[in-house]
Ligand binder design. Structure first.
Ligand SMILES: [Zn+2]
Length: 126
């Protein structure tokens, strides 16, 4: 099923690919998202994403939870999965958890690297 752009003003951008109808009954309509959808696949362009945001963004933040304090990056939440080498070349590639603040490293197998459930907590238990 084709997804329609969620931009509230998409139909007002008078481009030829939005133009429909015969002479005398012409109109412009909202685009479909296409395969390079923006905003997690809901918008045809970043302009339409921005239009949606201008109209609904404040209510969306209040609905999902507004931050009132800055988030801090500290050693406990500074762990990321990373790798060295060429992606897909298993012989030369090494995988690790790396702490971006302390530079501590924990080696990983490729399977552990690929496993989204293999968290830093699990890596520290072994
Ligand atoms: Zn659009």
């Amino acid at each position: 099923m084709t997804k329609v752009c969620q931009g509230p003003d998409c139909h007002t951008y008078m481009t030829t690919d939005r133009k429909r109808g015969m002479k005398g009954s012409k109109y412009f309509q909202t685009r479909t998202v296409g395969k390079y959808g923006y905003g997690d696949g809901s918008f045809c362009t970043t302009i339409c994403l921005g239009d949606w945001w201008a109209k609904h963004g404040t209510r969306a933040i209040d609905h999902f939870g507004r931050l009132h304090q800055p988030i801090r990056l500290v050693p406990e939440n500074a762990w990321v999965k990373d790798y060295n080498g060429y992606w897909g070349d298993d012989a030369s590639t090494t995988y690790r958890f790396e702490n971006k603040l302390t530079n501590e490293r924990i080696p990983l197998t490729k399977a552990q690297y690929d496993d989204n459930d293999y968290t830093i907590e699990r890596a520290r238990q072994t």
